[in-house]
Design a protein around this ligand. Structure first.
Ligand SMILES: [Zn+2]
Ligand SMILES: [Zn+2]
Length: 301
């Protein structure tokens, strides 16, 4: 894929560089309507580099920044939503996200409560550093939405039927968009072609994110057509990929289930992690503990 590539009629994928993460870029999508407007799905990383990349791609279509009609966010993570405030400033277009994601964004911005580290069996000398990462206010630059979306909403994109699908799991208010006529599904980080996205990465929820995620996979598995994910590359075979993702998470649950009676700390330390376990920095260590706690709660339910 070059910097911007047409992936379907009137739909263009733009690689927005990421710096310092495990992935090289996120994908923003430009969706042309039949009245000269352009909807942007996920402008990408914070800062002007990403916004300039998106605007250059808009201009390459012969449109102006003022032709951007809306900015839809699949979820609140900075590699997708980070550029929204700057793109709104540059275009005047409103920012839209799922109502539940807007709530999660507010909670994260204020700083989340620390998890029960003692109850997780975290050794006393490790609790302070983990609590500090868990409660640090984050996402100060992310745009507050101008309006919120609900499951089943049709976006106002003349000439297209773009339907909102609420697909919680990766975050509480993750959404996918389905172009019902063109057979496209914008999947954000809900379904990526080879990367297995983490779950429960948008603050505490009343429901278990693993159960939510499995249900959300079912929602999109049967849609068919071309999947337009938030990283990597467009792909077909959504049903097979959803099945593989479900199996990946269920396999993890089975690994966790093989350590009955252990604390979160004990179980996490017995599992295999990509970055190892012993020398993890506080943030990835908190992430391993959180994922383990989710699986234990999922199994208990
Ligand atoms: Zn994400
Ligand atoms: Zn992402």
């Amino acid at each position: 894929m070059t910097a911007s590539e047409t992936v379907a009629g009137g739909v263009h994928a733009v690689r927005v560089p990421m710096h310092g993460g495990g992935l090289p870029y996120s994908l923003a999508y430009l969706v042309e309507d039949d009245r000269g407007g352009v909807l942007v799905v996920d402008p990408g990383s914070p800062g002007w580099e990403g916004v300039r990349t998106v605007i250059a791609a808009v201009e390459a279509l012969g449109r102006r920044p003022s032709d951007v009609s809306g900015i839809v966010l699949t979820h609140l993570h900075a590699d997708h939503a980070g550029g929204a405030a700057a793109l709104r400033e540059a275009t005047g277009a409103p920012v839209l996200m799922h109502a539940r994601e807007a709530e999660a964004l507010t909670a994260i911005r204020h700083g989340l409560p620390a998890p029960d580290l003692e109850g997780w069996g975290v050794p006393a000398e490790r609790r302070a550093e983990l609590a500090a990462v868990a409660t640090a206010p984050a996402a100060p630059d992310l745009a507050r939405p101008d309006d919120v979306l609900a499951d089943g909403d049709l976006l106002d994109v003349p000439g297209r039927r773009l339907r909102v699908l609420w697909t919680p799991g990766h975050t509480p208010g993750s959404l996918c968009l389905r172009d019902e006529d063109a057979g496209l599904v914008f999947t954000g980080d809900h379904v990526l072609p080879t990367v297995n996205s983490g779950l429960g990465l948008g603050g505490p929820t009343a429901t278990n994110p693993i159960a939510d995620y499995l249900a959300s996979l079912d929602r999109v598995a049967g849609l068919g057509g071309l999947a337009l994910p938030g990283h990597e590359h467009p792909f077909s075979g959504l049903a097979d990929r959803c099945a593989a993702l479900a199996e990946h998470h269920l396999r993890r649950s089975r690994e966790v289930a093989a350590h009955p009676g252990g604390t979160v700390w004990e179980v996490a330390s017995a599992l295999t992690w990509t970055g190892g376990w012993r020398n993890l920095a506080p943030f990835p260590r908190l992430s391993t503990l959180s994922q383990t706690a989710l699986h234990l709660a999922f199994l208990a339910a």
